[in-house]
Ligand binder design. Sequence first.
Ligand code: PLP
Length: 378
Amino acid sequence: MPSLSAKIYLDANATEIMRPLTKEAAIKALEQIGNPSSIHYYGRQARRILEDARRDIAHYFQRDADSCIFTSGGTEANSLALHALAHQDNRQIFIGATEHDAIKNAAPQAQIIKIAPHGLLCLNHLNTLLASKKWDKTGISAPKPPLICVMAANNETGILSPLAEISALCETFDAPLHIDAVQSMGRIPLPLARLKKASFAISGHKMGGLKGAGALILTHDHPLSPLMLGGGQERGRRGGTPALPAIAAMSAALKESTQQDWQPIKALRDMLEKELRLAGAEIIGENCERLPNTICAILPSINAQIQLMTLDLAGFCVSAGSACSSGKITPSHVLTAMGYGEKAGQALRISLPWCIQEEEVKKFAKAYHLMAKTILKK
Ligand code: PLP
């Protein structure tokens, strides 16, 4: 069990704590001296680790090994998906209003699909958008159907997207579907039987692996010209020597996280939510299906940065928005899209790591109560 030292880490959605078997797999790969592209003995040893990881990750998605392309993380996997499925294919892009910056900023011209106030992607709006135009899958008589790009689970609220329903709508209109599965991987099962035509972006460090590896899982043999030009790695689809230890760790982390029983984490999450409500917090998406480890809590009229700093001084690491935007004092675009107005600047994200202990949750609940009491009294 990793030691959490004096601080209590509650920011797993920014990066998950490394898992034990994953660490072993990373160390084993670190000891490999070869480059997987080399033909000699050491190259072949490294290549075997790379290809085993590719096979195991693709197998999870019920795809052939060739459908898995390794990248530097979730951001690059998402960019590569937009390139493969929209830019290269000359399609418009539709994205959910609460997508991560990795999608939002990579598709600035995208049509936004509304989010209902409770946080779920609005299927009616997606249907209206798709039905409002004529599409032609060959692109000859009308534009090709757009790429639909949605997240499996929101990084700030943990709210899950209705993927099976979205996929069914996409199929009706022959629209390709890309799923940013970065936060959901290992924490919840995906309805893969209903997502046979979708692509997925994943990231190693969100599952308890190392930072620096991700993957794009495409449908079998989807053509893809590289964004990163180089020595023809990844069958010419992504140049650059792959980060072998991080890739081996990602594969091991996927295995370890999917084997974990998340019920005890969910029970601790629910217990903590009760305490936060008693302290005056409003829980975002409390009636939606959510990741088992995530809480997004608004403490009315207290700026999130003040909450974050108070808790940090008390020894607790939480977040005031997504990891990539920490340091930025702008209110969360996710909560703004959900209609929270100025309350969007008063929300904290508490994301329990896989190895959280009940004692730690209780200590945090106490500190939160104290913070709420002290600040609200002033
Ligand atoms: N997508 C989502 C939903 C995320 O939460 C993140 C990171 O927070 C990313 C993509 C980017 O992943 P990475 O940090 O591996 O680039």
